[in-house]
Design a protein around this ligand. Structure first.
Ligand code: SAH
Length: 228
């Protein structure tokens, strides 16, 4: 899978993709994350990527031209499954969307800034609009990083123990069971006996009951209808 992230602040997220599991996915050739600076695609001699809004409202708006130049160039090089815009009024990102989109081969994620982007970009170039939650960020970079992280970690082979991604919260509409590690007792706080029993079937059953109980208590909505 290849994800092209389009931003005016590449330095904000470059380091993120050079760490831990994201870096390992790149190294293994399972995910290619390419970060582009929109500023490199302006024809304006001051490399301006934003301008004053028509109508005189407050804030600056990202210009069409550099974004169109960059998207057009990328689309001439390969086919993209989706051109995504990160925006608070988009469809809310969740595990189901991550699962579906992790099957894609090539994705573009455009990060907005300032007041937003010229609406004509959304009308003519964007195929999907995604929000990471009902709050407003200063830019789309964190949203792009959240989406790319949740996509890359479920690509088979990225996490060494594949089962581990499948047993996380929201897969099967259940929250994950609690996890513990050594020591088995700390300050008198004991790990549940069943986990030390060595009895595989009993342990799996305990984990399932814990998942069910925690989901009923913390996120009953997941058990209603189609869940997320
Ligand atoms: N004026 C806009 C908000 C602009 S915030 C509005 O009221 O809807 C600047 C940029 O940050 C946006 O263009 C978007 O790319 C990004 N952003 C902010 N909040 C976000 C969220 N919850 N999810 C995804 N992207 C977000």
């Amino acid at each position: 899978m290849r994800i092209d992230i389009l931003t005016v602040l590449p330095e904000m997220i470059e380091g993120f993709f050079d760490c831990s599991i994201m870096a390992r996915a790149k190294k293994k050739g399972l995910a290619e994350i390419v970060i582009h600076n929109i500023r490199d695609y302006t024809t304006d001699k001051h490399h301006r990527t934003d301008d004053y809004p028509f109508g005189g409202c407050a804030g600056m708006v990202m210009k069409i031209e550099p974004i169109d130049n960059l998207i057009t160039k990328l689309k001439s090089e390969r086919h993209y499954d989706e051109v995504i815009f990160t925006t608070p009024d988009g469809e809310q990102w969740n595990q189901k969307m991550a699962n579906t989109m992790s099957m894609c081969e090539n994705l573009i994620i455009l990060c907005g800034h300032f007041k937003g982007i010229d609406y004509r970009i959304r009308e003519h170039l964007i195929t999907k609009e995604v929000s990471i939650g009902d709050y407003v960020l200063t830019g789309g970079e964190l949203a792009a990083a959240v989406m790319a992280d949740s996509l890359v970690r479920i690509i088979p082979g990225v996490i060494s123990d594949e089962q581990s991604a499948l047993s996380d919260s929201f897969q099967d509409n259940l929250l994950a069971p609690p996890v513990y590690t050594r020591p088995a007792e700390y300050k008198g706080w004991r790990v549940p006996d069943v986990l030390l029993s060595g009895h595989e079937a009993k342990i799996r059953d305990w984990e399932f009951q814990q998942s069910l109980e925690r989901t009923k208590r913390l996120r009953p909505d997941l058990l209603e209808g189609d869940g997320i």
